[in-house]
Design a protein around this ligand. Structure first.
Ligand code: MG
Length: 265
C-alpha cells in the first residue's frame, strides 16, 4: 500500500511539473485583461459578530430562548395563552399536557439553531421514545406544518423516514448522527419557505438543509408539502409562520430544549 501511495504521489508530481511547464502561455493570456473588471466592492456585507463558541447566537439573531423564560413563545391550543412548558436551570422541558408551543413571531426564510436532549433514563421504543419535533413553519393547530423529527434514534429502530433528522415521512436523513440519551444535540437548519400564487397554487416549494450535531442530514431537500402522519403531503397557501415545538402524546419521559435562536434571511 505504501508503494502504491508513493507511485500515485509520483504521478501527481509529474502531472504538476507538466502543468507548470505549460502554464506560462495560459497565465500570460489570462493576465492581458484588467483584473479590476471582475472585482466587486458593493454591497458590503453587514458585520455580524459570531457567538463565542459553536451554537451561541450571533449578534443579529432573534433569540427565542436564552435560558430565562418562554416570553417568545405561546400555546398552540390557545394562541392568546403563554407557553405552558417548564423552564428550570436554563432549559425548557416539554409539558405534554400543555400541548404544542410556537413562537409569537412569524418567519419566512431563516437560519435556525436549536439544541435538544433526550433524557438519560428514556424508555419506550420506536416512535414512542423521546418523540418531539421542530415544525419549521406552523400553519395551524395540532401538528399542522412541516416537521423536522426529534426522536431518540441512538439505538432505536423505527421507520427511517421518521427517525431523528428526517423530514417526517418525506425524507430519510443522509446519515444517523444521533448522540446517546442524556447528551445535548443540535439542529442547524436553513429553511426556505414555500411561495404561493394568488390562486393558491405553489409558486416555489419549501426547501430545507439540516445539520444534526454538525453533520449534514438534509441537503437542500425540496418538500412535497406539509408532513402528514397519515396520507400524502400537500401544499396549502400560507405566508410567514411561527416555528412550533411538538408535545408528542407518547408515554416516554419528556425531552428538553435550550439555546434557540433564528436569523431571518
Ligand atoms: Mg415528532
Amino acid at each position: 500500500m505504501r508503494f502504491i501511495a508513493c507511485r500515485s504521489q509520483q504521478r501527481v508530481f509529474i502531472i504538476s511539473i507538466l502543468g507548470l511547464l505549460t502554464a506560462p502561455t495560459f497565465l500570460s493570456a489570462q493576465q492581458k485583461g484588467d483584473p479590476k473588471l471582475t472585482e466587486v466592492y458593493s454591497p458590503v456585507p453587514k458585520i455580524v459578530t459570531p457567538g463565542q463558541s459553536c451554537g451561541d447566537a450571533p449578534s443579529d439573531a432573534v433569540v427565542l430562548f436564552d435560558g430565562s423564560n418562554l416570553n417568545a413563545w405561546r400555546s398552540v391550543n390557545d394562541t392568546t395563552a403563554p407557553a405552558g412548558w417548564t423552564v428550570a436551570d436554563g432549559i425548557i422541558t416539554v409539558k405534554k399536557s400543555a400541548g404544542n408551543i410556537e413562537t409569537r413571531q412569524s418567519f419566512m426564510d431563516y437560519q435556525l439553531h436549536i439544541e435538544w436532549r433526550i433524557p438519560e433514563n428514556i424508555t419506550g421504543e420506536g416512535q414512542a421514545r423521546g418523540n418531539s419535533g421542530v415544525f419549521l413553519a406552523s400553519i395551524g393547530s395540532g401538528d399542522a406544518g412541516y416537521e423536522l423529527q426529534v426522536l431518540d434514534s441512538y439505538n432505536n429502530t423505527t421507520y427511517v423516514n421518521g427517525q431523528a433528522g428526517s423530514i417526517y415521512k418525506q425524507s430519510i436523513p443522509l446519515v444517523n448522527a444521533s448522540r446517546r440519551p442524556g447528551q445535548w444535540q443540535s439542529y442547524d437548519v436553513i429553511w426556505t419557505a414555500p411561495r404561493f400564487n394568488d390562486d393558491g397554487s405553489v409558486k416555489s416549494p419549501a426547501r430545507v438543509t439540516v445539520l444534526h450535531n454538525g453533520v449534514l442530514v438534509q441537503n437542500n431537500f425540496t418538500l412535497k408539502g406539509v408532513t402528514q402522519y397519515i396520507g400524502e403531503p400537500f401544499y396549502k397557501k400560507h405566508g410567514a409562520s411561527p416555528i412550533k415545538l411538538q408535545a408528542h402524546g407518547d408515554k416516554s419521559e419528556p425531552i428538553s430544549f435550550r439555546n434557540i435562536w433564528v436569523r431571518p434571511l
